[in-house]
Ligand binder design. Structure first.
Ligand code: HEM
Length: 199
């Protein structure tokens, strides 16, 4: 039997698997960049990471209230984490970052918005790793690391519910490309926040 064709394999995968493959290298670079920022060296370093998270989630907060997106991704509003991140910053005595000069994800085409939400929701997986490490700074779901704590239904199940809905959405070929473009744009945006906060 022939080995799977490298070109046809990505088409056989689910949409979320294709997104993962398309952004894998970008994610790895971001992960390494954040860890190189020594975010567990002190609460001050960790607060830089919180500011990155705050800025990214502020960029996308309106998407969680979008009825068209909620129709595709049920329970979307309950996934919002911006207010938890604001509380985390408050716990550490940190002011909120100043208002963004331009809302990054406002008025996005629906398919691109799905890509942005993929990035935000996927980051919960890494978040559970970071949550454990935050314990050494004395941070947890009650203080300073609220937004990284596992949801009541568990990180894995919460993620599977999201990817199942994302994979079920009916999209045309152009929109399929837009989802990936949206995810790439979201990762670029986060990277930009990291470069500013860790400069
Ligand atoms: C130091 C920081 C980070 C670490 C250590 C980390 C680590 C991880 C880990 C362990 C996973 C699970 C991988 C898997 O199941 O194969 C993951 C998934 C993911 N992370 Fe991160 N991550 C970090 C930061 C971020 C950030 C800042 C974002 C975007 C805002 C992000 C977006 C994602 C996405 C979208 C996934 C889902 C991949 C998929 O299964 O489709 N991560 N991360």
């Amino acid at each position: 039997m022939n080995a799977p064709d490298a070109l046809s394999a990505p088409l056989a995968a689910s949409r979320s698997q294709r997104l993962k493959a398309a952004t894998h290298a970008t994610h790895d670079r971001l992960d390494r960049r954040i860890m190189a920022g020594d975010i567990f060296a002190s609460r001050e370093r960790f607060a830089r990471f919180l500011r990155v998270q705050y800025r990214f989630h502020r960029d996308i907060d309106a998407l969680y209230a979008d009825p068209a997106l909620d129709a595709l991704l049920p329970g979307l509003d309950a996934r919002r984490r911006l207010s938890q991140i604001a509380s985390d910053l408050g716990d550490l005595g940190q002011p909120l970052p100043p208002p963004a000069t331009a809302p990054a994800a406002a008025a996005l085409p629906l398919a691109q918005a799905l890509g942005w939400l993929y990035v935000a929701e996927g980051s919960n997986l890494g978040g559970s790793v970071l949550y454990k490490l935050a314990a050494k700074l004395g941070l947890d779901r009650g203080f300073g690391a609220r937004h990284l704590a596992a949801p009541a239904d568990g990180v894995a199940r919460h993620w599977r519910q999201f990817t199942a809905a994302l994979d079920d959405a009916t999209l045309d070929a152009q929109q399929e490309g837009d989802v990936v473009a949206g995810a790439e744009a979201a990762f670029r945006r986060v990277r930009g926040h990291v470069e500013e906060e860790f400069a």
